[in-house]
Write a protein that binds this ligand. Structure first.
Ligand SMILES: [Mg+2]
Ligand SMILES: [Zn+2]
Length: 190
């Protein structure tokens, strides 16, 4: 049996870009310091890079999926300008207590549920057991765990200052640059 690819999954807001609280304007996209370098280094080490983002603002009626995609395109282009490449991105527009009926559901893709990871694994031929998650919320770390990922890193940017790890799973890093460093070090020890 052929082995799937390894990937690093990245949260968007507060991890890859500065958290602007329900960002809907591409002009508000600002990469976190070291994000492009982190993506470049992880790609060079053979990881696919996949962005996974909860965008409950859609269910809350604050912006549309079209606007989410416009913001995500800006993330791609700012990274590309810095020589870094995303291999895919997924977002969850749902929220059970939203105001837009078709999005106000209990879905299987809002992190920490594993839906986006499972979908990426199937579409991009990823072996989740060789993969890692980086995010600024405990829900991101839980997502990694629920996907069966090898590891997850909680970064202290964005909402990360007041988040905690629960149990023995996950590591903590100052930011995405240091998170990439931890993942690369752990990879070398195998
Ligand atoms: Mg976040
Ligand atoms: Zn969802």
């Amino acid at each position: 049996m052929a082995m799937g690819k390894k990937a690093v999954f990245l949260d968007r807001d507060g991890t890859l870009i500065v958290d602007m609280d329900y960002l809907s304007d591409p002009d508000g996209v600002q990469l976190i310091d070291g994000a492009a370098e982190a993506v470049r280094r992880l790609s060079a080490a053979g990881y696919l890079i996949v962005m996974v983002s909860n965008q409950s603002g859609v269910a809350r009626g604050m912006f549309t999926e079209r606007e989410v995609r416009a913001v995500n395109r800006r993330v791609y282009s700012l990274l590309e300008q810095a020589g870094a490449h995303l291999d895919g991105d997924y977002y969850c527009p749902h929220y059970p207590k939203g105001t837009v009926p078709r999005y106000s559901i209990q879905c299987d893709c809002r992190k920490p549920a594993p839906g986006m990871g499972l979908r990426a694994a199937a579409e991009l031929d990823i072996d989740l057991g060789r993969s890692c998650m980086i995010g600024d919320k405990s829900a991101d770390v839980e997502f990694g765990k629920n996907c069966g990922m090898k590891n997850a890193v909680l970064v202290r940017t964005g909402h990360g200052m007041d988040q905690e790890l629960d149990g023995g799973y996950g590591m903590i890093a100052a930011d995405i640059r240091q998170a990439a460093e931890l993942i690369l070090q752990a990879g070398e020890e195998e």
